[in-house]
Design a protein around this ligand. Structure first.
Ligand code: MG
Length: 375
C-alpha cells in the first residue's frame, strides 16, 4: 500500500456577496485540498486550513520524504513530516500541510480496510453530532442588525439547536446586536459569540459584563491567542464559558493552553493543528484537564467529514444516562466548494446529524468540478 503520488490542489470561488468579520473581508474562498494516491489506486482526500498557496507549498515540501512509504502506517508518516519540519514550523502553515496529508491517509486506510474513520479511531461513541450554524458575519458598512436577525431566525427555523454569531464591531455595538439576536431566537436555541481575537482584556471584560444576563454558551477567541494568562483572568471575571484554540497547534501548544487554564472549551482545527492523528491526542489531553473540545471547522466537506468522525469518537466526560450530544461547527456562509465538491452535510434529524458508516471519510469528490475551481 505504498504512497504513489501526492497532489495538492488549490481551488477558489469568487463570492457573489462579500462578508467580513473582525479581522478582514472575504470576497472569495480559496482552499488547498490534497489528493493522495497509492500504488494500488486507492485515493484519499485531505485539506489544510490556512493561506491556500502556502499550504500547497507546505505539502510540496513533504512529498519527497513520504512518497513510497506505506500509506497504512499513518503515524510513521506523521512522525516523518513532523521531524522534517520541527526546526522551523512548530506552529503555523507547515502544520496545515502536514494535517492535510494526515487526513488523506486516514481516508485511504478506511477505504483499504472497508471501515469508516471513526472505527479506526476506536468506534462511534456518539451516534450523532449536534451541528451549530456558523454565520452572522457582517455585511459591508452600515447597520446590519435586521439582516442578522433574519439570518438567525432562518437557522432556528431550519432546526439548528445552536447559532454562532460574530462580534468585534466594538463593545457597545456588539452588546446591542447580541441582545437583539438573543431576543429574536429565544433561549431554546443556544447562542455563541466569536470575536476572532478582536479585543483587549479590558474590552473583553466590558463586553462580558454587558452580556452577563443573557445565556451565552461560549465566548470564542475574545483575546489574542498569545495572551494565555489574560484568557485565564477573563475566565475568573465572567460566568460566560471562554473558548479558543483555532490558532493553536499540536498537543504541545494545547498543553500550554490547558496548563494556563486559559479555556473552558478547546477548539483545535483538524486541518491545521496536526490532522486527525494529533487532534485525537489533543482530545485525550483535554480530557485529562477537564476541558471540553469542539473542533474549529471551516472549508470543504473534507474538513467537515474529518471533524464529524473525530467528534463521533470523542469521550463525553462525565458520562451519564442522558448524555449530551457533542457540538460540531457547520459553516453556513456562501461556499460553493463546500456545497458542490462533496455531498453537503445538512440533513438534520431533530437538529442532529447521524454519523454515516461509509468507509474512510465517507465522501466522494466530484473531480470534474475540481477543474472548474482549480487555480
Ligand atoms: Mg472562531
Amino acid at each position: 500500500m505504498k504512497i504513489k503520488s501526492i497532489e495538492p490542489i488549490v481551488v477558489s470561488q469568487k463570492l457573489k456577496k462579500t462578508f467580513h468579520f473582525s479581522q478582514w473581508e472575504y470576497s472569495s474562498r480559496t482552499i488547498c485540498i490534497v489528493k493522495v494516491t497509492t500504488e494500488n489506486g486507492t485515493v484519499g482526500w485531505g485539506e489544510g486550513y490556512g493561506p491556500a498557496h502556502i499550504v500547497k507549498s507546505a505539502i510540496e515540501f513533504f512529498i519527497p520524504y513520504i512518497v513510497g512509504k506505506n500509506a497504512l502506517h499513518n503515524e510513521e508518516v506523521w512522525q516523518e513530516m513532523y521531524l522534517r519540519s520541527l526546526d522551523y514550523a512548530r506552529k503555523g502553515v507547515m502544520l496545515a500541510g502536514l494535517s492535510a496529508i494526515d487526513i488523506a491517509l486516514w481516508d485511504i486506510k478506511g477505504k483499504a480496510l472497508g471501515l469508516p474513520v471513526y472505527s479506526l479511531l476506536g468506534g462511534k461513541k456518539n451516534e450523532f453530532v449536534k451541528p451549530y450554524a456558523t454565520g452572522l458575519y457582517f455585511s459591508n458598512g452600515g447597520d446590519c442588525k435586521n439582516s442578522l436577525i433574519d439570518e438567525a431566525v432562518s437557522y432556528k427555523e431550519r432546526g439548528f439547536m445552536g447559532i454562532k454569531m460574530k462580534v468585534g464591531l466594538g463593545v457597545q455595538k456588539d452588546a446591542e446586536y447580541v441582545h437583539a439576536i438573543k431576543e429574536a431566537i429565544g433561549n431554546d436555541v443556544e447562542l455563541m459569540i466569536d470575536s476572532n481575537h478582536a479585543y483587549s482584556f479590558t474590552e473583553s471584560v466590558l463586553l462580558c459584563n454587558k452580556l452577563k444576563d443573557l445565556e451565552i454558551s461560549w465566548f470564542e477567541e475574545p483575546l489574542s491567542p498569545e495572551h494565555y494568562d489574560n484568557y485565564r483572568q477573563l475566565r475568573e471575571r465572567t460566568s460566560i464559558p471562554i473558548s479558543g484554540g483555532e490558532c493553536e497547534y499540536l498537543s504541545y501548544g494545547f498543553l500550554q493552553l490547558f496548563q494556563k487554564q486559559s479555556v473552558d472549551i478547546a477548539q483545535p482545527d483538524i486541518c491545521a493543528a496536526g490532522g486527525i492523528t494529533e487532534v485525537k491526542k489533543i482530545a485525550a489531553l483535554a480530557n485529562t484537564f477537564g476541558v471540553d473540545l469542539v473542533p474549529h471547522t471551516w472549508g470543504t466537506g473534507i474538513a467537515q467529514h474529518a471533524a464529524m468522525h473525530l467528534i463521533s469518537n470523542l469521550d463525553i466526560i462525565p458520562g451519564r444516562m442522558y448524555k449530551s450530544v457533542p457540538w460540531m461547527e457547520l459553516d453556513q456562509t456562501e461556499n460553493e466548494l463546500r456545497d458542490k465538491l462533496t455531498k453537503p452535510l445538512t440533513e438534520l434529524e431533530n437538529g442532529l446529524i447521524r454519523v454515516p458508516d461509509l468507509p474512510g471519510l465517507g465522501i466522494e469528490l466530484n473531480e470534474d468540478l475540481i477543474d472548474r475551481y482549480k487555480v
